[in-house]
Write a protein that binds this ligand. Sequence first.
Ligand code: BDR
Ligand code: CA
Length: 338
Amino acid sequence: MVAGKKSEPSVRYALIDCDPGVDDALALAMGFASPFFRYAAVTTVHGNVSARLAYRNARRVVSFLRGHLESSIPDVPVYPGASLALDGSRLNRSESRMIHGPEGMGAMFDKKRRLPRLGRGSSKPAWEVLVGHALKRGSQLTIITLGPLTNLALALRHAPEVFSRVKRIVVMGGAARMPGNVTPAAEFNIYCDPLAAKEVFSSGLPITMVGLDVTRRALLSVDEFKGGGSFRAALRDLIRVYARFAKKRRRAENITLHDPLALAVAMKPDLVETASCRVDVDASQGIARGMTVVDLRENKESRVKNPVDVALDLDVKGFLAFFISHLREYRGWDVDEE
Ligand code: BDR
Ligand code: CA
């Protein structure tokens, strides 16, 4: 505690590290509508889009959401982050463009819709922001990562000791008993920077891994976005390309809420059932690059070192109701005011 400053023991702070990205934007929408967390910062990273676009998209989304909230929230600052994986590699984003749209936000900010002003930005690098908030907020801080783990790994390399005080780190990424989504072995966020993921998962910090085992079941019907007012129309545009891709790939009229689920778990951990296991990551250039190897063997001894809470089961109905109830908080979800 800084001398002279009053402590705020009951305040829960969150820092979201993301690569918006359609489902990243939906996660921010859900989170900001709840008083559960006070958002300390949004940091951005390469992934679904370039680091430059992720930073810009996050600033636009934050300002757009604030403009539609009934209860005003503070202007959450957005920070730019890493543009390459720790090993210097860069992903080919051709499939990401098909999933999230050419600039990552589906059709939400297409020319016909007036662009929201850019929210508060900064030139401070994300890793430094992560270190600063871990130091300042300690056990009041939850970190939620919705993209590749590069920023967090960099922060851990710079100041590992400060992170032992944070409450929890919730990671959207990986797969324990499921195939990957970007290769047969790897989930996208981990595949983008396997070395970063390896360092984070072996850190011994209190981590919850919210991977494809549960996010693949977090499917929301596109019908939920029909009708309503201008806010719902904007989200309809946001998900248009994402939903089209899902329909082509899975022949389903629904979207996968990967990132919203990770943030929901940070707010309501009992939405998932977890197992405490070691998680290692293949950071090689081989066919299993980016695979999370989760030790689910019965032999407990193999699991004790630096365990991670891995989500294996999900209360699907409970989560979908939780998600939608938050979107209802926005002006223009149901009808627009005259
Ligand atoms: C993850 O990959 C990205 O495309 C999504 O935003 C999500 O974070 C799912 O594998
Ligand atoms: Ca993401």
